[in-house]
Ligand binder design. Structure first.
Ligand code: SF4
Length: 543
C-alpha cells in the first residue's frame, strides 16, 4: 500500500491526502485506512457554525473559538479495503495530470468538488438509459451519508450535488449558477433526460444518516425513481482530493512510465543520460501512463489555465463578505483597484499585483466557485496567480504548458515522498508545496535550466517548512487565503533567487527538503494538522 508519508507511518485523516472539508485536495491517500485520532476542521467548523449561530442569537460572545470547540469526535469508521483508494500501491510515480489538476467547486475537494463530480457522473449515466426506462422516471434523489451529511450544509455539498445532477459539468459550471442555487433553495430547476424532463430542487439532495457502517465516511447514493420504484441506483464515495469511486469501481488501466522516477535525483539522471528536456520527459511519461495524445494533454492544460485565469479575473472584480462565521471581507478587488494609484514603486506594485491574484482565487474558493486543485483547494490560489502573472509577461502558451508539467512533477514528488495534506503535514504540505510548484512553473516557463527549476522549487519549499495548518473556525479562509497570496509571491522570490545564484552552489537539494518536510510533518503536534485546535484557530475571537 502506498504510504505517501513514509516517515510518518500513521494517519490522522479519514480521506485521501487532504480530505478536509475545506481544502484537502491532495488526492487519495491509502494510508487513511486508520480512523482519525482527533476531530478535523470539518467537524470543528460544523460545531463552530452552530456555536456562532447561538452567539448571534445571544449577543456577541467573547469566548475564544477554542472554548467553543467540541470534544474530539468519535473515531470515524475505517475505510473499506475494497476501495481502490486503499489498494493503491507504492512504486514509480503514476499520477496523471487529470488526477492532479482537478476542476470543480470549492471550498472542499471532498465535500464539494467530489459530490458534484459524482452527481454529474450519475447524470451522464442515467442520460444513457433506454428511452422506455427514462419515460417512466418521475424524480432524481441523492442521499448524503456520514461526514457528507454531518457537515455538507456548511460546505455547499447540496448545491454542488444539485448542480451536477442538473448536468452542469464541474469544470465549466458558471459561478453565478452556483450562487443562484444557494440563494433560491426552493426554486425548481429542469433537467432533461432523453424524452423526459424532471423538476429538481435542493430538497432532492437529502441529508441522510450521519452514522453507520459506510464503506467510506463520504458515502452518497443517487437514484432515478419512478414513483416509489427505483429505476437505477448507484452508491458512490468521495474518497478525498476530489477523487470519486462507486460500488464496483475499477481504477482505469494505466501504462508504465517511459522514464520511471520517484525522486528528483532519478529525473536528473534521465535528463543527463537521455539528453531530454524536462517538459519532454514529463510529457512522454504522461502520454505513456494516461494513454492520452500530446494534443489531448495540451488541450487539458489549456483548459486548466483558462479556469484558473477566469477565476482570478472574477475574484479581482467581486467584493463581498465571504460565507461562514468569520465574516471575512474579500481583499483582491481592493488591492487591484488601489494599484492604479499606488505610490509603492515598481517592487511594491509587482508584489501587490501578484498577491492580489492569489487573494482573488483564494476568495473564489471560499465562495464555493470553480477552482483547480494545485495541489489542494486551500492552496488553489497560488498557481493561478503564477499563471496570471506569467500571462502579464506575454509568456507563450506552450511555455505555460511546460510550466504546468514542471509544477506537476514537484507536486507528484511531494505527494509520493511526503504528503499534500494539511491533516498530515500542516500547511507546509499545501501552501508550501503550491509555492514550490509555482516556483518550478515560473522557472520552466521562463526557460530556466532544470537545475534552476529544481533549485527554485527547493527554495520555495524550504521557506515554508514547519508551517502549520490552523484554519480559524474550520473554514478555509484565515489564514489560507492570505497564504495563497504569500505562496505566489514567494514562488516568484524563489525563482528570482534560483535564477540569479550560481546553481551549483545551492547547498540543499529538492529531495532533501521534501524529506525534511516529511520529517517535520511526522513530528508536528497534531494540534497544527487541520484540527483547528491550535495556532490562529484558537487565538482568533469570533463574535
Ligand atoms: S491552513 Fe493551509 S493546510 Fe490548513 S486549511 Fe488552510 S490552506 Fe489548507
Amino acid at each position: 500500500m502506498e504510504n505517501p508519508l513514509k516517515v510518518i507511518g500513521t494517519s490522522s485523516t479519514t480521506c485521501g491526502g487532504c480530505h478536509s472539508a475545506g481544502c484537502g485536495t491532495c488526492g487519495p491517500s491509502p494510508h487513511t485506512s486508520k480512523a482519525p485520532v482527533a476531530f478535523n476542521r470539518r467537524e470543528f467548523g460544523y460545531t463552530v457554525l452552530a456555536a456562532s449561530a447561538s452567539a448571534l442569537l445571544s449577543g456577541c460572545s467573547q469566548q475564544k473559538s477554542v472554548e467553543q470547540a467540541p470534544q474530539p469526535a468519535p473515531a470515524a469508521p475505517a475505510l473499506s479495503p475494497e476501495l481502490a483508494v486503499v489498494q493503491t500501491s507504492k512504486g514509480p510515480i503514476m499520477t496523471t495530470l487529470e488526477e492532479f489538476y482537478k476542476m470543480g467547486p470549492g471550498p472542499s475537494s471532498s465535500h464539494t468538488m467530489g459530490p458534484m463530480r459524482i452527481t454529474y457522473d450519475f447524470f451522464q449515466r442515467v442520460s444513457k438509459l433506454p428511452e422506455d426506462q427514462l419515460q417512466q422516471a418521475t424524480s432524481l434523489k441523492v442521499h448524503l451519508f456520514g461526514s457528507l451529511s454531518a457537515t455538507g450544509k456548511g460546505h455547499g455539498t447540496d448545491r454542488a450535488s444539485l448542480a451536477g445532477l442538473l448536468g452542469k459539468a464541474p469544470a465549466t459550471c458558471p459561478p453565478q449558477f452556483l450562487d443562484e442555487l444557494a440563494a433560491n433553495p426552493d426554486q425548481a430547476y429542469k433537467v432533461t433526460l432523453g424524452p423526459k424532463t424532471l423538476d429538481l430542487t435542493l430538497k432532492d439532495i437529502i441529508f441522510d444518516a450521519t452514522k453507520g457502517e459506510f464503506p467510506h465516511p463520504n458515502t452518497m447514493t443517487a437514484k432515478l425513481l419512478a414513483g416509489d420504484q427505483t429505476i437505477y441506483e448507484l452508491e458512490y464515495y468521495s474518497v478525498g482530493g476530489g477523487f470519486i469511486e462507486w460500488k464496483g469501481y475499477k481504477p482505469p488501466d494505466k501504462g508504465q512510465p517511459k522514464y520511471p522516477f520517484d525522486h528528483a535525483r532519478d529525473l536528473k539522471k534521465f535528463l543527463i543520460d537521455d539528453k531530454i528536456p524536462l517538459p519532454q520527459l514529463l510529457l512522454q511519461n504522461e502520454m505513456a501512463i494516461s494513454g492520452r495524445s500530446e494534443k489531448e494533454i495540451w488541450e487539458f492544460l489549456d483548459q486548466v489555465a483558462e479556469v484558473m485565469v477566469r477565476g482570478v479575473d472574477t475574484g479581482l472584480t467581486v467584493e463581498s463578505v465571504l460565507p461562514g462565521p468569520i465574516k471575512l471581507h474579500s481583499k483582491a478587488a481592493a488591492l487591484q483597484h488601489n494599484l492604479k494609484t499606488s505610490s509603492k514603486g515598481e517592487a511594491g506594485r509587482a508584489v501587490t499585483r501578484v498577491a492580489s491574484y492569489g487573494f482573488a482565487m483564494g476568495e473564489e474558493n471560499a465562495r464555493g466557485h470553480i477552482i483547480v486543485t494545485a495541489p489542494t483547494a486551500g492552496s488553489a490560489g497560488i498557481i493561478p496567480a503564477v499563471v496570471k502573472s506569467l500571462r502579464d509577461l506575454n509568456t507563450p502558451t506552450q511555455k505555460i504548458r511546460d510550466g504546468f508539467l514542471a509544477a506537476a512533477a514537484i507536486g507528484y514528488l511531494c505527494k509520493h515522498n511526503a504528503t499534500l495534506s494539511g491533516a498530515e503535514g500542516g500547511c507546509q504540505a499545501e501552501v508550501g508545496v503550491g509555492s514550490s510548484m509555482g516556483a518550478a512553473m515560473i522557472a520552466q516557463a521562463l526557460s530556466a535550466n532544470p537545475k534552476v527549476v529544481s533549485n527554485a522549487a527547493e527554495s520555495a519549499l524550504e521557506s515554508h517548512l514547519g508551517m502549520t495548518c490552523d484554519p480559524v473556525a474550520g473554514y478555509v479562509q484565515v489564514p489560507c487565503i492570505e497564504r495563497c497570496a504569500y505562496g505566489a509571491v514567494k514562488a516568484w522570490t524563489a525563482y528570482s533567487i534560483a535564477s540569479e545564484e550560481i546553481p551549483e552552489q545551492r547547498r540543499v537539494d529538492l529531495d532533501t527538503t521534501i524529506d525534511a518536510m516529511a520529517l517535520t510533518a511526522k513530528e508536528m503536534n497534531s494540534k497544527y494538522k487541520e484540527t483547528s485546535e491550535g495556532g490562529l484557530a484558537v487565538s482568533v475571537v469570533l463574535c
